[in-house]
Design a protein around this ligand. Structure first.
Ligand code: GTP
Ligand code: MG
Length: 195
């Protein structure tokens, strides 16, 4: 994918705050701090388009980005599973996500991001269930692959595959540090965002 330009459109909580549903859209989801914002930055070749942080729970709103002069949208979703996020933010998360996943007609797929070093959580499993329940194709990305050896990656992929009940062949391996996997992820996204 050739990225000519990318523009932050707006942040939203409720459907009436979303930008008009006019462009094909792909969203990114996963636990707090897993690397959602980093992945988006790498995909569009922009170091700091989306704020990344060592503090989990940095992204608390739905953030819409328009790519290539309104060809399609990328959407950064707030992460789940971080204890220290303020209670009011946590309470808002469920309704905010359910509304987005069930009501966004232009949503073509969701990239579900998992950490190569972790056993997926209940919330990861529930997220995949939620996507399937709404007929939203999941794109499964295993990130932070630079943090483990090739052997460890293999072992972890087996564990993640078992826990998520997803075939290992469905995983795309990625690292924001080495940039490994970018082409594969675009390869999965391109057919979804092509109008
Ligand atoms: P929230 O918005 O808080 O939910 O987090 P996020 O999922 O958007 O994560 P973010 O992209 O902000 O990254 C969290 C931390 O992980 C940052 O310190 C990143 O630099 C780091 N990180 C992200 N991806 C990778 C990766 O592939 N490899 C390594 N080594 N670090 C990464
Ligand atoms: Mg983020």
């Amino acid at each position: 994918m050739h990225i000519k330009n990318v523009e932050f459109i707006k942040s939203a909580v409720k459907p009436d705050q979303y930008p008009p549903a006019e462009l094909p859209e792909v969203a990114f989801v996963g636990r707090s701090n897993v690397g959602k914002s980093s992945l988006i930055n790498l995909l569009v070749n922009r170091k700091n388009l989306v704020r990344t942080s060592n503090t989990p729970g940095r992204t608390q709103l739905i953030n819409f980005f328009s790519v290539n002069s309104d060809s399609f949208m990328l959407v950064d979703l707030p992460g789940y599973g971080f204890a220290k996020v303020p209670l009011d933010v946590k309470k808002q998360w469920g309704p905010m996500m359910t509304a987005y996943l069930s009501k966004r007609e232009t949503l073509r797929g969701v990239v579900l991001i998992l950490d190569v070093r972790r056993v997926p959580s209940q919330e990861d499993i529930q997220m995949l269930d939620l996507l399937r329940a709404h007929d939203i194709p999941p794109i499964m990305v295993i990130t932070k692959c630079d943090k483990v050896s090739k052997n460890e990656r293999k072992r972890q992929a087996q564990i993640i595959s078992k826990t998520m009940q997803v075939q290992e062949s469905e995983f795309l391996f990625f690292s924001a540090l080495s940039r490994e996997g970018i082409d594969g992820i675009w390869g999965a996204l391109e057919p979804l965002v092509n109008t």
